[in-house]
Ligand binder design. Structure first.
Ligand code: AMP
Ligand code: MG
Length: 351
C-alpha cells in the first residue's frame, strides 16, 4: 500500500462521544488511547475498562508487522518482492499476505474487477498522496491499464507462492490491508482478555463490544464534501466494523478539479460517479474495507447488489445531492445530524 507522505484528509469516519466515554468511571482503568502513524495513516487504539501498556504494545507491534509485510512501497515486504519479480518468478509469501490476497482476488471476481488488487501501476502513475502526484497523459494511463488484470495473478494458497504473470504488474493492497490489520488487532486484544475497544486505522473503525453494557457505540460518518468535515450522520454499532471510502480521504486538485485516490480500473482514472462516499458496516473489517472500495467504484445500485451477497453487511451511500441511501438493515440505526442532508427512500420498493 502506498505510504502517503502527505496526508490530505484521511480518517473516513469519526468517533462521536469518544471524549464523553473516556470520562466514564469504567473507562479510567485503562491507560489513555495510543496513536501512531502506521500503514500509511494515523492509527489509534482505545481500550475501555480494561487494558495495559503491554496490550497497546501488542496491538501496535502487530500493525507494524503487517505494514512490513504488505506495504507496496517497501522493497523488502512480500508485496515489494512479488512486484519486483513480476513476469520473472513466483515468490513465497507469508500466510497473512496469502489470506489478504485471496480475499482481494475473490472481491475482484465478485465485483467484476471494480475492485482490483493489481491496480498498482495506475495508482503509482497518479501518485496521489505522494510528492509525485500529477495528472498523467492519456497514453500513460492506457499503457498502465494493460498491466491491471486480477486474472493474471497466480496464487497457490497451499504453498504460498504468488506470481504476477506480466512484467510491470504491481499489487496494491491499500484498499483492504487496513481492514485485515484491524481484525488482527481485535483478535490479539480478545486473546488478552479485552472485550471493549475502538480500533481506528485512519478512519477504518472496528468497535469491540459495546460502549457500556447494553449501550452501543455511536459512530459518526463525515461530510464527504469537506476535508476533516463534521459528521453528517451517526450510527449505533457494537461488535462490528465501519469503513468508509470517500473522495475526501486522499486527493489533489489541479485546474479546479479534484482527483481522488479510488481508481476505476476500467478507465484508469479516479472513479467519477454520483457517489461521494460509501460506508460499509460488517462484522469483519477486511470485508468492510474491500466492499467499501468496490461499492464506491460500482456506484449505488450495483454496489448495493454486491453488498447484499455478503450476509450481515450493510451499506450507506452519500451522493453529490446530499442524499443518504442506507440499506434496510442499518436505516433504523441511523441518525441524521446535518439538516442539509436527506435520507432517501431506498432501496426502491419492488412491485
Ligand atoms: P480505500 O480507501 O479502502 O477505498 O482504498 C483506496 C486505496 O486502494 C488507494 O489509495 C489505492 O492504493 C488502492 N486502490 C485504488 N483504487 C482501487 C481499486 N479500484 N481496487 C483496489 N484497490 C484500489
Ligand atoms: Mg477499502
Amino acid at each position: 500500500m502506498p505510504l502517503a507522505r502527505r496526508r490530505h484528509a484521511r480518517a473516513a469516519t469519526v468517533l462521536v462521544l469518544l471524549a464523553a466515554c473516556l470520562a466514564l468511571p469504567s473507562c479510567q482503568k485503562s491507560p489513555p488511547s495510543r496513536t501512531e502513524f502506521a500503514l500509511g495513516t494515523v492509527c489509534t487504539v482505545n481500550l475501555y475498562g480494561k487494558g495495559s501498556v503491554k496490550d497497546y504494545d501488542a496491538a501496535f507491534s502487530r500493525l507494524r508487522e503487517i505494514e512490513a509485510t504488505m506495504s507496496a512501497s517497501l522493497e523488502t515486504s512480500d508485496i515489494g518482492r512479488i512486484n519486483a519479480a513480476a513476469g520473472k518468478e513466483a515468490v513465497k509469501a507469508k500466510p497473512d499476505t496469502v489470506k489478504v490476497l485471496s480475499f482481494a482476488l475473490e472481491t475482484a471476481r465478485a465485483s467484476s474487477g471494480a475492485f482490483d488488487p493489481t491496480v498498482g501501476p495506475v495508482v503509482r502513475l497518479w501518485g496521489i498522496g505522494t510528492d509525485d502526484e500529477r495528472v498523467p497523459a492519456t497514453a500513460e494511463i492506457e499503457n498502465a491499464l494493460v498491466l491491471v488484470n486480477h486474472e493474471r495473478v497466480a496464487l497457490d494458497a497451499v504453498s504460498g507462492l504468488v506470481y504476477l504473470e506480466d512484467a510491470g504488474m504491481r499489487l496494491d493492497l491499500g484498499a483492504i490491508a487496513k481492514g485485515f490489520a484491524a481484525d488482527e488487532v481485535a483478535g490479539i486484544l480478545r486473546e488478552r482478555g479485552i472485550s471493549r475497544a475502538i480500533i481506528d486505522l485512519g478512519g477504518n473503525i472496528l468497535c469491540m463490544g459495546t460502549k457500556a453494557p447494553g449501550v452501543p457505540w455511536s459512530i459518526g460518518i463525515r461530510n464527504p464534501e469537506i476535508s476533516h468535515g463534521e459528521p453528517v450522520l451517526s450510527i449505533q454499532a457494537s461488535d462490528c466494523s465501519v469503513v468508509t471510502s470517500g473522495v475526501y480521504e486522499r486527493y489533489f486538485e489541479k485546474d479546479g478539479k479534484r482527483y481522488h485516490h479510488i481508481i476505476d480500473p476500467k478507465t484508469g482514472r479516479p472513479s467519477d460517479g454520483e457517489v461521494l462516499s460509501v460506508t460499509i458496516i460488517a462484522r469483519e473489517s477486511m470485508t468492510a474495507d474491500a466492499l467499501s472500495t468496490a461499492a464506491f467504484v460500482l456506484g449505488r445500485k450495483r454496489g448495493l447488489a454486491l453488498v447484499a451477497t455478503y450476509p450481515g453487511a450493510e451499506a450507506i451511500f452519500i451522493d453529490r445531492d446530499k442524499r443518504v441511501f442506507a440499506s434496510d438493515g442499518i436505516r433504523k440505526e441511523l441518525k441524521l445530524l446535518d439538516p442539509s442532508y436527506t435520507l432517501a427512500d431506498w432501496p426502491e420498493p419492488t412491485r
